[in-house]
Design a protein. Structure first.
Length: 185
């Protein structure tokens, strides 16, 4: 047994750091969400921020947009050209994706400063891409309403998770301790 622990130590350390970070950040996030009463249709602040930024981004590019609270569930309604196009719920705010991103980076951590900067920069990039994703999805659904399944269910998850995957590849190959060892050899 000891032979396997020694042999697979790097993988076990990665797995342990990943799971510990993921569970800790998820617990903090869930504690944050528990402050809001879903029965009263309260929407958390991050979801509200994402909805406002989506609207403002669309307005910046001269797309008519408006957001209003949803009267039937904890969500924000997004309108494009006076037509209801999206319901922005907690799952749309991107925080769960950012938690996954951060957990992986910490599990493959590099130098402390680089790790922190990459986490901040990557999280901001994911956030901006997520806002862009919601705006673009709303506009495309306006023109192609019959394509909702492929747009919302396939293309846009692929878009956001693909960006996270590329960030992970950059991290592992350029900044992690693993990359440092390979480039110095």
């Amino acid at each position: 047994m000891k032979k396997y622990l020694v042999r697979y130590k790097p993988f076990l350390l990665f797995l342990g750091k990943f799971l510990l970070t993921y569970l800790l950040l998820t617990f903090v996030y869930e504690s944050y969400l528990n402050q809001f009463d879903a029965k009263k249709f309260e929407v958390d602040g991050v979801t509200q921020l994402v909805a406002e930024q989506t609207k403002n981004g669309m307005l910046f590019f001269n797309f008519e947009a408006k957001v209003t609270p949803n009267a039937k569930e904890p969500a924000i309604n997004l309108f494009y050209n006076q037509r209801h196009m999206a319901r922005i719920i907690e799952g749309c705010n991107g925080l769960s994706v950012i938690i996954l991103f951060i957990s992986f980076v910490i599990a493959f951590s590099g130098k402390k400063r680089e790790t922190i900067l990459f986490i901040i920069g990557g999280s901001l990039l994911i956030h901006v891409l997520n806002v862009f994703r919601i705006a673009l999805l709303s506009i495309l659904l306006y023109y192609f309403p019959t394509r909702e399944h492929i747009l919302h269910g396939v293309f846009f998850p692929l878009f956001i998770y693909g960006a996270v995957f590329l960030l992970w590849i950059i991290w592992v190959n350029k900044f992690s301790k693993y990359a440092t060892k390979n480039f110095k050899s």
